[in-house]
Design a protein around this ligand. Structure first.
Ligand code: HEM
Length: 408
């Protein structure tokens, strides 16, 4: 039986539908046929590399969801979940000042200083599975690793981590435009936000009186020449960093493992040359990125690719579609770590470029070198794996991998 093709104005709804989660890329290819397309609900979807790049650098496009009447994130920006927005949802010039204050704490030395802790955590996680012949890459490895690291970096005691896991997954759902949340889920998110805030208030008060060598102590010390983050913004930033640390790197590690197991010849090359992990992680950020799209609002009418996006429109920048654009990348659907000129949107672009990129890269490269070296004869148990519902922060819920043994 032939299926009726999805109408162009319904394609994004199809992307958001959980049935498309395992492979949204054919839908992205259809969306690219019209670089800027208006969807049934009024969202403007931008799906080609050139147009996404232009908008990421265009000051007429806002990240402040309070300026959007509807669409993605409106729930987080108004109603029961409204609060001081973290700086990912703020525009210049305020964004520029806050970001500078945060970057002063996110120094290259501090990130490089995490290397040893990352290696120890990777090895402890693998050692704990020594006697087994199967592991769930997500639950047993790719989730606990970044969570341990982000808690350490920020100064959250590791014993409190299980509480963050619950809070983080309740909150991250509110960032997903595909979710129509039930009343109970909204309540859970409101409660999580209060709990996380109260927790952070206590922790920052403790660091103010007893500073330690962590990012929170640096932020609360307020000795930065550019001034100091106001308390509500400090709390919002800590929440953002915790969630970003919880919900993205897990997918980078898992998507990398999935790509390796589907491309065993690349895994062989990685075994022989562990430094291939560096370009390989970049290729995963292009080929199967953890952040598939971001949303923005137009501050004025914006003409682009023959369409005028009206003021106040909700715009979805389909980063993952741009990264498969044949006008920009040679053989875009091929997983090819050795490709040249791989300037992808995996960490966004422009003013809001990911603050955590060096940390995420370090974690993923360390993790993949170790997995390639220690897992003997790995194979996927289920392909495609089951996916989480979130379409924007997309990744498998589980990735079961069977293997002969864990090599020393
Ligand atoms: C593989 C892991 C990660 C990916 C794929 C990723 C991706 C992204 C992307 C695409 C953006 C741009 C958002 C936009 O333009 O609206 C972003 C921003 C951001 N990311 Fe990440 N991220 C990752 C890990 C992290 C980590 C570990 C942290 C924190 C430690 C972090 C903190 C942030 C922050 C604070 C921003 C907002 C920057 C701003 O608005 O100026 N990210 N990230």
């Amino acid at each position: 039986m032939t299926q009726t093709p999805v109408a162009p104005e319904k394609l994004f709804a199809q992307v958001l539908d959980p049935v498309s989660r395992a492979n949204p890329y054919p839908l992205y290819a259809r969306l690219r046929e019209t670089p800027v397309s208006v969807q049934e609900d009024g969202t403007y979807v931008v799906s080609t590399y050139r147009e996404i790049s232009l908008l990421l650098h265009d000051p007429r496009i806002s990240s402040d969801e309070r300026k959007s009447a509807h669409g993605a994130g409106a729930l987080a920006a108004s109603g029961p979940l409204s609060t001081t927005p973290p700086f990912i949802f703020i525009d210049p010039p305020e964004h520029t000042r806050f970001r500078r204050l945060i970057m002063h704490q996110f120094t290259p030395q501090r990130i490089r200083g995490m290397q040893e802790h990352i290696e120890q955590t990777v090895h402890a996680l693998l050692d704990a599975r020594k006697q087994q012949h199967q592991l769930d890459i997500v639950q047993d490895f790719a989730y606990p690793l970044p969570v341990t690291i982000i808690c350490h970096l920020l100064g959250v005691p590791p014993e409190d981590e299980p509480r963050f896991r619950v809070w983080s997954s309740a909150l991250v759902r509110t960032l997903d435009p595909t979710e129509s949340l039930s009343e109970a889920e909204v309540q859970q998110a409101v409660q999580s936000r209060t709990q996380i805030r109260e927790y952070m208030e206590k922790l920052s008060a403790a660091r103010r009186t007893h500073p330690q060598d962590d990012l929170l102590s640096g932020l609360v010390a307020g000795d930065d020449p550019d001034g100091r983050l106001p308390e509500p913004d400090l709390l919002a930033t800590m929440q953002l960093l915790l969630i970003a640390g919880h919900e993205t790197t897990v997918n980078l590690i898992t998507n990398s493992m999935l790509a390796l197991l589907r491309n065993p010849e690349v895994l062989d090359r990685l075994r022989r040359n562990p430094d291939l992990a560096i370009p390989m992680v970049e290729e995963v950020l292009r080929y199967d990125p953890p952040v598939q799209f971001r949303t923005r609002t137009t501050l004025t009418d914006v003409p682009l690719a023959g369409v005028t996006i009206p003021q106040g429109a909700s715009v979805a920048l389909l980063l993952a579609a741009g990264d498969r654009d044949p006008a920009r990348f040679v053989e875009p659907d091929r997983f090819w770590p050795e490709r040249d000129d791989n300037e992808h949107f995996g960490f966004g672009g422009g003013d809001h470029y990911c603050v955590g990129a060096p940390l995420a890269r370090l974690e993923a490269v360390t993790a993949l070198k170790a997995l390639a070296r220690h897992l003997d004869g790995p194979r996927l148990v289920t392909d495609p794996p089951p996916y989480r519902r979130n379409a924007a922060l997309r990744g498998p819920e589980h990735l079961q991998v069977a293997f002969e043994r864990l090599n020393d």
